[in-house]
Design a protein around this ligand. Structure first.
Ligand SMILES: [Fe+2]
Length: 184
């Protein structure tokens, strides 16, 4: 018996060790893939007005409502996350003198956001896209872009990333994309 006790303890220690390794592996592999960061480009302007409707005074272009959530890597909502959107108008022009098609908003307590806008036009070298910066309260800013399915120029735009394509409704009037950023 005397010789078996240490052996049994060793087995127990080993099992606890394996359990600890398993827990560590779980912690190291998050449930969700983080949103891919992309270049901010040359047209960002700080100080956009707080608004979720970028098309309130706009008549040209195809209206679009984009919804989604901001969550951390474990899928926990990041309530009150800041999202700052900017984009070209439907003719592919940025308003660099003012704030048309620029606006920031805060996700609700459950991490939901709603953006009302129009589908942006192409401009030289770029497939249609909307820029966004987002940040959880107290966290770091992530800058990226979102895209639209089926555009002929998607694959020839070196900035295009398939993971950032908005899921569009069949009528083309609404889209959905979630953002995943590290918790602060
Ligand atoms: Fe752009």
């Amino acid at each position: 018996m005397r010789t078996r006790l240490p052996a049994r303890s060793a087995v127990i220690r080993a099992l606890f060790g394996l359990a600890a390794i398993g827990l560590a592996a779980q912690a190291a592999s998050p449930a969700l893939s983080p949103t891919v960061p992309l270049t901010e480009g040359p047209f960002y302007k700080a100080g956009s007005p707080e608004r979720s409707n970028l098309a309130a005074s706009v008549t040209a272009g195809q209206r679009l409502t984009i919804t989604g959530t901001v969550s951390d890597l474990e899928g926990r909502p990041l309530g009150r996350a800041w999202l700052d959107f900017w984009q070209a108008d439907s003719a592919g022009r940025y308003d660099n003198g003012g704030y048309q098609f620029r606006g920031h908003q805060f996700a609700d307590a459950a991490g939901h956001y709603v953006l009302t806008t129009v589908i942006p036009g192409e401009y030289p070298g770029r497939t249609p896209h909307i820029h966004v910066k987002l940040r959880a309260p107290g966290g770091k800013t992530l800058t990226t872009q979102i895209f639209f399915p089926g555009n002929a120029r998607n694959d020839s735009d070196p900035t295009f990333d398939r993971s950032l394509v908005v899921a569009m409704s069949t009528d083309g009037k609404s889209g959905q994309i979630d953002f995943v950023i590290p918790a602060p």
